[in-house]
Design a protein. Structure first.
Length: 556
């Protein structure tokens, strides 16, 4: 093992050479009939929201600062749900004006929400969907209507100007303790009420019981969904898997069905089922042995990979919900996304059981339409070229926990089992970096790992340093017996010139650079030199924020 110093570097910025296609595949035109770059549209939209964004920036933002210990627990240090209830009451309780499906869980919430929203939209309903975080613009967190487009800046600004006096009074009443997430949640619920959505799909932010979204009453709830139970935000949710399960079970409401995604450890599932039983809530388990969903193979849609799946559900535990869908083409890849698709399908079947018109064909259509930025997202050749990496296969995935790292590694095994791999990794400081690295390395040894840094929620307070990431990957490699060589980017390039290291060596390379774009460029160079068959994949991962940085660079 050769040890070299960690170095920083300047940041490259790339400009899109061709106009981007806008949301929904529609080319945006200006008043003269000329195509406009999507970044200009984003800029126009955001400028219209500048007052609202400035207002949010003055509130406490746990995405930037980190979540306090015990924040999601029933303790004196926990989030104050009473504060959120008082805010909603001052706004006329808009959350009581639509039906909702409430989704909690450690992983898979956003994907499950997307699958479910698209299923219901495919049937022709007007749907509101509230998720977090966002990739390019905060408007992504709130989608509206039958098309599922992000809410317009004009709509947000109009509402904000009308309720600003109420928000100001609430901030004063709560002595400045209202948070960024609480106000944004209140705005989302107001928008859903004003737009007369027929159903809203709501993703919890943290935990469940004390989360700001948990102001939905049982009479307004169609179903609860709990996707998975993992160790993310362990300290904030009580320090154990059991306390996390208890916190997330807080979204279960009296007499309303709960969909359990899973799979869970037996004692964790028992906690959830006991809570459901105490609330007289029917349980639908996606992981029931009678359910036989499977991935049959890999195909492609418009040149991008998709997985062909059978989704066979016979959930007969408390409600007789059954469906058999064969050869469903999911654009969302990996076993975990099949599980999320099945979970969203079960939630849709709950709606059908309650009298909603949800056909099998709409379920299939909704599942097959679903795509999300930064989740198993392969960039197009045009996008790769715009990043200065012509011909490269680039995969973006916001995995940031050991569970999601394992899911990512397994997904790559399905889609590119023989490809050579280079990972570009940036993470938040409060994640389990060693566990993340071990899950990647346990499935597949990449040719190289390039460690880099990005801001988290627009701030560097929670950015994991290069030294922290380097130590974690070294520890993980040593534990698994992976032979590696470590370099700074400049030293590596110099070593290639004087031939002190050969580009085709079998050691895994561990390189460090403070520049994300330089890391991607070097990663492309390594694949070019080591990959003779042209089947290499550059994987950018570790956080949705690193994914956001890549995608936003395409707009510059």
């Amino acid at each position: 093992m050769r040890l070299w110093g960690v170095v920083g570097s300047h940041c490259y910025r790339f400009r899109q050479q061709k106009p981007l296609i806008a949301v929904g595949g529609r080319t945006l035109l200006n008043g003269l009939g000329l195509k406009r770059n999507f970044s200009e549209m984003i800029s126009d939209e955001e400028s219209e929201m500048k007052d609202f964004n400035a207002y949010l920036d003055n509130l406490k933002n746990h995405e930037k600062s980190g979540v306090p210990r015990g924040a999601g627990t029933d303790s004196d240090d926990g989030f104050d749900l009473g504060r959120m209830k008082r805010l909603m009451q001052s706004l006329g309780n808009p959350q009581a004006k639509f039906k909702a499906i409430h989704i909690a869980g450690t992983k898979g919430k956003g994907s499950t929400a997307a699958f479910l929203s698209n299923i219901v939209r495919a049937e022709g309903y007007s749907v509101g969907c509230y998720t977090s975080p966002h990739i390019k613009t905060i408007r992504e967190r709130i989608t509206l209507g039958r098309l599922g487009d992000p809410v317009s800046a004009k709509t947000v600004n109009s509402l904000f100007q009308r309720i600003k006096v109420v928000l100001d009074q609430a901030v004063q009443l709560e002595m400045g303790c209202l948070t960024h997430f609480e106000v944004l949640t209140a705005v989302a619920f107001n928008l859903f009420a004003e737009e007369n959505v027929e159903i809203a799909v709501i993703e919890a932010g943290l935990g469940g019981a004390r989360d700001a979204t948990n102001v939905i009453s049982s009479s307004d709830l169609a179903a609860s969904v709990i996707t998975t139970i993992g160790e993310e935000h362990l300290a904030a949710l009580g320090g154990s898997l059991e306390s996390i399960a208890i916190a997330k079970s807080g979204i279960i409401k009296y007499g309303r069905p709960v969909v359990l995604g899973g799979s869970y450890l037996p004692h964790i599932e028992l906690i959830l089922c006991n809570k459901a039983s105490s609330m007289c809530s029917p349980v639908i388990s996606v992981s029931d042995p009678k359910n036989r969903s499977k991935i049959k193979g890999i195909s492609n849609i418009s040149g991008r990979p998709c997985q062909v799946c059978d989704i066979i559900l016979h959930a007969e535990r408390d409600l007789p919900l059954c469906i058999e869908l064969y050869d469903v083409k999911l654009r969302m890849l990996g076993w975990h996304q099949l599980q999320n698709a099945a979970t969203g399908t079960c939630a849709a079947l709950c709606l059908r059981d309650q009298g909603w018109r949800i056909s099998d064909e709409s379920i299939r259509t909704g599942l097959e339409r679903t795509q999300l930025l930064g989740r198993s997202q392969f960039l197009t050749s045009v996008e790769a070229e715009a990043l200065g990496l012509p011909g490269a296969t680039i995969l973006l995935d916001g995995a940031h926990t050991k569970e999601s790292a394992k899911a990512l590694a397994n997904m790559i095994q399905i889609t590119h089992p023989e490809a050579q791999l280079v990972f570009v990794v940036a993470m938040a400081s409060d994640k389990d970096h060693r566990a993340f690295a071990k899950e990647i390395l346990a499935v597949r040894q990449p040719d190289a790992v390039l460690l880099t840094e990005v801001g988290i929620a627009g701030d560097r307070n929670r950015t994991a340093s290069l030294s922290l990431l380097k130590d974690s990957w070294i520890e993980a490699s040593n534990e698994l017996g992976v032979i590696f060589s470590e370099f700074g980017v400049i030293e590596y390039r110099e070593s290639l010139k004087d031939r002190s290291v050969r580009s085709d060596e079998q050691d895994m390379l561990v390189l460090s650079s403070s520049s994300l774009m330089e890391s991607m460029k070097v990663g492309g160079e390594i694949l070019g030199s080591r990959c003779k068959s042209g089947s290499g994949v550059l994987v950018v991962t570790g956080s949705l924020h690193v994914v956001s940085s890549v995608l936003c660079s395409l707009q510059k």
